[in-house]
Design a protein around this ligand. Structure first.
Ligand code: AMP
Length: 285
């Protein structure tokens, strides 16, 4: 595996791959890799000749007072895991190269970036889409792979690719969970022992919402049940619980697909989770 830090080197290596007719996939990450990330890398491995995994803790997507400084970082461990997955390129750009001095131009996520996760973290999705635009230009992948774990990010990536005319196929991989149901996240290592137990409230709330829909209950009943569960949960400071259209993040369309979304803070660790459902109230993978 080649570890690339300079943008010029990345361009040279990938130009050669493209000239040789090889297809390229990109898995964007912020590092502190876990099985969820690795599932994306495996999907990339199956879908393309050259797998590029980027590791960059993007300062632009963290608000002031958020956890940029204490976000987990483990470059050596990450590279070891990526070698194990036979990725061709680990791309670790510097912040100075990614955001040239004096940079002022950014990508705006639009209204979809202002609701739910975007309302709780103003500017977050502008930062996400700005760095993804840069990565898409630098890597020019045929395929980009994202986790369903970040459902609103997935919706926004679809908008980004459509609205800015990227010729990239977006692939979405299911959420990988711990045995007890907690969605894997780099932030899980920041949880206290109690926080780790309390954090199960998220997947439990989703399970209750899902069961309500599966029983034929309506969306508002499912949302109420999820909210009640989070409000009553030990050690949880709920941020939101809702049921939305997976593409617009507005109200679900009659008969349309639904994604149940939840977010809460456990101590000083904010976690999110979601459950995609089909229009018939069935679980969707
Ligand atoms: P992050 O490093 O948190 O920015 O995540 C990088 C990519 O991995 C994103 O596309 C995430 O949605 C995806 N990802 C994170 N956690 C999981 C998980 N538990 N299962 C599947 N994909 C995940």
């Amino acid at each position: 595996m080649r570890v690339v830090r300079r943008l010029t080197e990345l361009g040279e290596v990938l130009d050669a791959e493209r000239r040789a007719g090889r297809t390229i996939s990109l898995v964007p990450t912020m590092g502190a890799l876990h099985e969820g990330h690795l599932s994306l890398v495996r999907l990339a491995r199956q879908s393309s000749d050259v797998v590029v995994v980027s590791i960059f803790v993007n300062p632009l997507q963290f608000g002031s007072g958020e956890d940029f400084q204490r976000y987990p970082r483990d470059t050596e461990g990450d590279l070891e895991l990526l070698r194990g997955e036979r990725a061709e390129i680990a791309f670790l750009p510097s912040t100075a190269d990614t955001y040239p001095p004096g940079a002022t131009v950014t990508v705006s996520a639009g209204p979809l970036g202002d609701v739910l996760e975007g309302a709780a973290r103003p500017g977050h999705f502008d930062g996400v889409l700005t760095v993804l635009t840069k990565l898409f230009h630098l890597v020019e992948p045929d395929i980009a792979i994202f986790g369903q774990k970040d459902a609103q990010q997935v919706a926004l990536v679809h908008r980004l690719v459509t609205d800015l005319n990227f010729r990239i196929c977006v692939v979405v991989a299911p959420t990988v969970r711990e045995a007890d149901g907690l969605a894997m996240s780099s932030r899980n290592v920041l949880l206290s022992a109690d926080g780790r137990k309390h954090a199960l409230a998220l997947s439990h709330a989703l399970l209750l919402g899902r069961e309500e829909l599966e029983r034929g209950g309506d969306v508002s009943a499912a949302v109420s049940i999820m909210r009640e569960h989070l409000d009553a949960a030990d050690g949880a400071e709920p941020s939101y619980a809702d049921a939305v259209d997976p593409l617009t993040f507005g109200p679900p369309q009659p008969g349309g697909d639904i994604v149940l979304v939840v977010a809460a803070r456990f101590g000083n660790v904010r976690l999110i989770d979601n459950e995609p459902m089909t229009n018939g109230g069935r679980r969707k993978e």
